[in-house]
Design a protein around this ligand. Structure first.
Ligand code: NAD
Ligand code: UDP
Length: 311
């Protein structure tokens, strides 16, 4: 049994990760300030004696006498509207917060995994994106607090690795969806599903020709756990589903699956919104023997079911 700290564990991906780690027989400590996370996501684990929820902001140092073996660092708001509410706090989470978690890993001799992102590639000039691509990021735009924050977090991870030989892992996560996404966080899948279920207008930003590639959350969690436990492989490695769709296509799919009467309406495209995104997952296939298993339609059906029950 390992003792595993999951920062951001009350969030969308974090709560699925805590669940899987508990199922595998680990002791799990979830650290979260509940900024975008929700206690409801982790309530089912409160009865499990191997689970502890500790309210904490990673911008403050964290100390514990309990010996930590692994840390998954997910604490950071992930949707554009939430990470832009207080851009400076987003940068603090990705710099001061990351230094705090790296320091914790160093003092415990723990392995630490960073939830990095496809946003490190910015509005990519290379397609699909390989890990070797250095990206195309606007350093002063509204997305920079997140994109540049996540880039410097990767830098910090690699500097702790070079200086202290810390056992690091870096996952570059592409768009992920599934149950427990927050209905109000403005991301495309949750927005479109909640709009479709209410027969409200589906808000397409721009002309809907921009693309994304969507990975179901259970596939992503399997990839994170494989990366954490793989010997002698630190990444960075892309984790995502290479099936690429335009935003308009995803809207049409969701309308079909919900049988909705919603219309498509077109709104302003947010500044610096990437035009295309698709992971090259050759490295994950080779090093982790990982590839996504859940088909888009099946994953969307499960997500729609979740939002139907919530409504
Ligand atoms: P989320 O917003 O649901 O989860 C983030 C969690 O971190 C929330 O529970 C939030 O309360 C917590 N948090 C935020 N700032 C914190 C702080 N300073 N201290 C402690 N807790 C804090 O988002 P998510 O989609 O589950 O994303 C989890 C991680 O994965 C994030 O780091 C995100 O950048 C990364 N990621 C997600 C996606 C995606 O498509 N979902 C894609 C790329 C990367
Ligand atoms: N998007 C949209 N309508 C919405 C929400 C998002 O058209 O109601 C678009 C958004 O402009 C982007 C894509 O969907 O092109 C994915 O947005 P999301 O915020 O989910 O993720 P990210 O841009 O970070 O990949």
């Amino acid at each position: 049994m390992k003792t595993i700290l999951v920062t951001g564990g009350a969030g969308f991906i974090g709560s699925h990760l805590c669940e899987k780690l508990l199922e595998q027989g680990n002791r799990v400590i979830c650290l979260d300030n509940l900024f975008t996370g929700n206690k409801k996501n982790i309530e089912p684990f409160f009865a499990d004696e191997n689970f502890t929820f500790t309210p904490h902001d990673i911008i403050e140092p964290f100390f514990t006498n309990e010996k930590i073996n692994q840390i998954y660092n997910l604490a950071c708001p992930a949707s554009p509207i939430h990470y832009q509410i207080n851009a400076i706090r987003t940068i603090k989470a990705n710099t001061i917060g990351v230094i705090n978690m790296l320091g914790l890993a160093k003092s415990h001799g723990a392995r630490i995994l960073q939830a990095s992102t496809s946003e490190v590639y910015g509005d990519p000039a290379e397609h699909p994106q390989k890990e070797s691509y250095w990206g195309n990021v606007n350093p002063i735009g509204p997305r920079a607090c997140y994109d540049e924050g996540k880039r410097v977090a990767e830098t910090l991870f690699f500097d702790y690795y070079r200086k202290y030989n810390l056992e690091i892992r870096v996952a570059r996560i592409f768009n992920t969806y599934g149950p427990k996404m927050a209905a109000n966080d403005g991301r495309v899948v949750s927005n479109f599903i909640t709009q479709a279920l209410a027969n409200k207008d589906i808000t397409i930003y721009g002309d809907g020709s921009q693309t994304r590639s969507f990975c179901y959350v259970s596939d992503l969690v399997d990839g994170l756990i494989k990366l954490m436990n793989k010997k002698n492989f630190i990444g960075p490695v892309n984790l995502g589903n290479p099936l690429e769709l335009t935003v308009k296509e995803i809207a049409e799919k969701i309308i079909n699956l919900t049988g909705s009467k919603s219309r498509l309406v077109y709104k302003l495209l947010p500044e610096d919104d990437p035009k295309k995104r698709r992971p090259d997952i050759t490295l994950a296939e080779k090093e982790l023997n990982w590839q996504p298993e859940i088909k888009l339609e099946d994953g969307l059906k499960k997500t729609i079911e979740y939002f139907e029950i919530k409504a």
